[in-house]
Design a binder for this molecule. Structure first.
Ligand code: ZN
Ligand code: ZN
Ligand code: ZN
Length: 404
């Protein structure tokens, strides 16, 4: 099939694999058909989007894409496991023989996907290439497929052009179903419970690492299956948006940025609050924190269907820039969230994707004053029919924790 090489007007392809663009998928195409399970609907829609993009088959290895499409949440290992989903025709799942029982026990069996096993001395790449449609000219591999596997698949099917599947699968994954929104809401409530307990751990004299260890345990205790990341950035460390936990001691009156997240039932949480403990924060910090709070509030209020991702970014950036802190807002406003902490849509200048009900992403402006301190406020929001729902609801004011 011919590749659609034209860029659809009004869409900016910000993925690294921007080799092709897609027609906009309408909401009706995404509605489940009667009697169809959620995974069956996703497989059908993925086939439809692949066909529209001129992709003859999607090849999906273990990871968020495979779990999303089939419910088979396998760990990526060196042996090849790969879903072969042709644009037209039945799906098959290639798995090492020793993983066969696990695959059969997963939702894959109920979806009618044939499980094709390979033995230790077989060539799984030749096997997989043999499952491509006979006339295939284009295959798309999932964005996270290990390079060694993608290269081996390319070698096994030398006449089939290889693309990244991200542009196809993001059309599905960035529009969350009601069940996915419910899962994100539960994860958001769990991370809010951790923030609500911050006074138990955060106080002067403790190190960031000590506080981080307690938070990591609480992320699991409050309902996540695992902790994904913990940032506790105090004083000058908070001027780096992705600061690593350090052995620095938290001082009285130092602002502390706490950005934490975990995964609950396959869906991620991610929320940032800024705290001060054991004293008052510096006056210049309080002045820009008020600006940040106003910007974050305005951005959340701006979210509704039809508004573009870059417009949401601009709403907050304008407020922060007008107040003289534009150069200290170092990063985009936010990222989509779902099975992965960072996924489409990205809330950044240049991204004209219009908001639709079901899109979920972070609103997390920050102001970073190198050498002194920094602040960030982050909520996950979901676009509704006429606005947005915030999935994080703890206070966004600078929270003063009394040292005990
Ligand atoms: Zn981040
Ligand atoms: Zn975060
Ligand atoms: Zn985030």
């Amino acid at each position: 099939m011919a590749l659609n090489a034209d860029r659809t007007p009004g869409r900016v392809d910000r993925s690294s694999a921007g080799a092709y663009s897609l027609p906009i998928v309408t909401e009706t195409q995404l509605q489940p058909a009667p009697d169809e399970t959620e995974h069956a609907g996703r497989l059908r829609r993925a086939q439809g989007v692949a066909a529209a993009a001129g992709v003859d088959a999607l090849l999906v290895s273990p990871g968020a894409d495979l779990a999303y499409l089939t419910g088979y949440d396998a760990i990526a290992l060196e042996r090849l496991t790969c879903l072969v989903l042709p644009a037209v025709g039945p799906a098959r799942l290639v798995v090492p023989a020793l993983e066969g029982p696990a695959a059969q026990a997963s939702p894959v069996a109920d979806l009618g996907i044939e499980v094709v096993t390979w033995q230790e001395t077989d060539d799984p790449y030749a096997l997989t290439a043999g499952l491509l449609p006979a006339d295939a000219t284009t295959m798309a591999v999932d964005d996270r497929m290990w390079a060694v596997k993608a290269l081996a698949l390319a070698a096994a099917a030398p006449h089939v052009r290889q693309l990244a599947a991200g542009p196809v699968l993001r059309e599905l994954r960035m529009r969350k179903s009601a069940a996915e929104v419910a899962a994100l809401r539960a994860a958001g409530a769990a991370i809010d419970r951790v923030h609500a307990r911050m006074g138990e751990w955060l106080r002067p004299g403790r190190t960031e690492r000590e506080v981080g260890r307690d938070i990591a345990a609480a992320i699991v205790a409050e309902g996540h299956d695992r902790t994904d990341f913990v940032i506790v950035a105090s004083g000058p460390n908070a001027a780096s948006p992705h600061a690593e936990l350090s052995d620095k001691t938290i001082e009285a009156g130092e602002p502390v940025v706490v950005d934490i997240g975990g995964t609950a039932a396959g869906y991620c949480s991610d929320s940032t609050r800024t705290y001060v403990t054991g004293g008052a924060a510096p006056a210049e910090f309080m002045a820009y924190y008020a600006v940040l709070l106003q910007a974050q509030q305005a951005q959340c209020a701006a979210v509704r269907p039809g508004v573009s991702a870059q417009e949401i970014d601009a709403v907050g950036r304008d407020i922060i820039t007008t107040a003289g802190h534009g150069e200290q807002f170092l990063h985009r406003t936010g990222h989509g969230i779902g099975r992965e902490t960072h996924e489409e849509p990205y809330i950044v200048a240049g991204n004209t994707v219009p908001m639709e009900a079901g899109m979920a992403f972070s609103i997390e402006p920050g102001i970073y004053q190198a050498g002194s301190h920094g602040a960030r406020i982050e909520d996950i929001v979901v676009v509704t029919g006429d606005g947005a729902e915030r999935l994080n609801t703890t206070s966004r004011e600078l929270t003063r924790l009394d040292a005990r």
